[in-house]
Design a protein around this ligand. Sequence first.
Ligand code: SAM
Ligand code: SF4
Length: 327
Amino acid sequence: MLADSFGRVATDFRVSLTDRCNLRCTYCMPPEGLEWLATPELLTVEEIVRLVRIGVEVLGIREVRYTGGEPLLRRELVEIVKRTSAFGVEISLTTNGIGLSRLAQSLADAGLARVNVSLDTLDRETFIKLAHRDRLVDVLDGLSAAARAGITPIKVNSVLMRGVNDHEAVPLLRYCLDRNYELRFIEQMPLDAQHGWTREEMVTADETLARLGSEFSLSESDPRDRGSAPAEQFLVDGGPASVGVIGSVSRPFCGTCDRVRLTADGQIRNCLFAMGETDLRSALRAGATDAELADLWITAVRGKRPGHGIDDPTFLQPARPMSAIGG
Ligand code: SAM
Ligand code: SF4
């Protein structure tokens, strides 16, 4: 069992399959991109499958989410989903959706249970401004393909940036309501490679709710239903449809965090904002047993801090940007 010194149990395993990406979202990556990890630095398929098996069979992991960088860029994604869903654990994917139109059915057949697609705008020019690539159509096609493949629920993640796409909260919600996608707005966190985040510029959960409230009637779902989920859910116009708001910064949920992350190069991170990592890859490649790997992992989680500390004057942004951690 993975538990930290504050009694929080980690059951949600976020596995980054690559740090590469075909977009350059401003809140994540600089327009010129980043230096990618070299292939030998990436965990191999066998290494990923082994760590997921240990997580599930030895350490009580209940959900596995593949992320990145862009996980659809990992050639072996379908194989990884197929082999790890065989462990009887729920497999999900967080993706920018580019290439999902081609792969959605194979992923569903391989056992993918859920998908989160990131979509910050419905306007082509705004997409280009925000993500520095002309790929909006591919993202929307990917979403439709996921629906056709029967993957459910389909969640949509949106990050609003002031003066860029913050006027799109209402259209994004209408778009998702019309298609039965579950929309969640995520507050921008200080995890961009450029270190451009400021608290003053961040669009807060309150602001997003105010914008949505101008067009929809929102009523808060019973907070007891939330559990360890980061999103606060609001019924839209009396339900049953709802919208989520993830106030990572202004309404932190660190007290119920159940996540542990593995980077594409095999480092365990016990928090998005952790300054340290635990090197499972070196141990794996030095011939560690399952029990030794599990012990390293348990020790890593035990050291988790009580919260992200963004409001602390001594807060320092971690060296790895979001794209290299895995959101
Ligand atoms: N490329 C995939 C995608 O965009 O969905 C997976 C990786 S991405 C790092 C995972 C999630 O993190 C996305 O929903 C993205 O919007 C979110 N994200 C990235 N940088 C962020 C930041 N600085 N603050 C809040 N969310 C962020
Ligand atoms: Fe790529 Fe996802 Fe980061 Fe956008 S948020 S640059 S799609 S990793």
